[in-house]
Design a protein around this ligand. Structure first.
Ligand SMILES: Cc1cc2nc3c(=O)[nH]c(=O)nc-3n(C[C@H](O)[C@H](O)[C@H](O)COP(=O)(O)O)c2cc1C
Length: 140
């Protein structure tokens, strides 16, 4: 039997993909990540943001109420659009406990190469979401 306190502490995760509104340079990505890290530290959120070929892939995790609050802010951010939700739900724990926001790019690891090497189908939605999750998990 899980106590109410235990339920309140449940860590939720959110995974999405979006299109950057404009081609972004590393300094603009760094500005987004700095902003994210400041608020995430206050909100007890952790995660990873990958940017590649004009696409963002983000894994964000933390207490549900804080996570939901920040997801709503991210949805309204004009620096990206066409947000596609890939996963949301309770987690067993944190994947990026040491990172207020890990930031990765294609120079560090390429999602396209990962897809090619793992023969990932981008048509099967479940497999696609799972593979992006697995790719980001390899960054922690
Ligand atoms: C791709 C992307 C990822 C972001 N990730 C986070 C995040 O993890 N945490 C956060 O607090 N803000 C994040 N932000 C920034 C928020 O969207 C931004 O701080 C907020 O929309 C600003 O709202 P305000 O202008 O009302 O303060 C992200 C923005 C973008 C474009």
């Amino acid at each position: 039997m899980i106590s109410d306190a235990g339920l309140d502490d449940t860590i939720y995760h959110f995974l999405y993909r979006s299109n950057a509104s404009a081609e972004l340079g590393q300094d603009q990505i760094d500005a987004i990540v700095d902003e994210a890290r400041q608020r995430n530290a206050e909100m007890a959120l952790t995660g990873c943001l990958h940017y590649e070929d004009g696409l963002f892939f983000q894994w964000l995790e933390g207490p549900k109420s804080k996570l939901d609050e920040v997801i709503a802010m991210i949805r309204r951010d004009p620096r990206h659009e066409d947000m596609t939700d890939l996963a949301y739900g309770p987690s067993r724990g944190r994947q990026f406990g040491d990172w207020t926001m890990r930031s990765t790019n294609r120079d560090e690891a390429s999602l396209l190469e990962w897809f090619a090497n793992h023969e990932v189908s981008t048509i099967d939605r479940g497999a696609y979401a799972g593979s992006i999750g697995a790719f980001l998990m390899a960054m922690n």
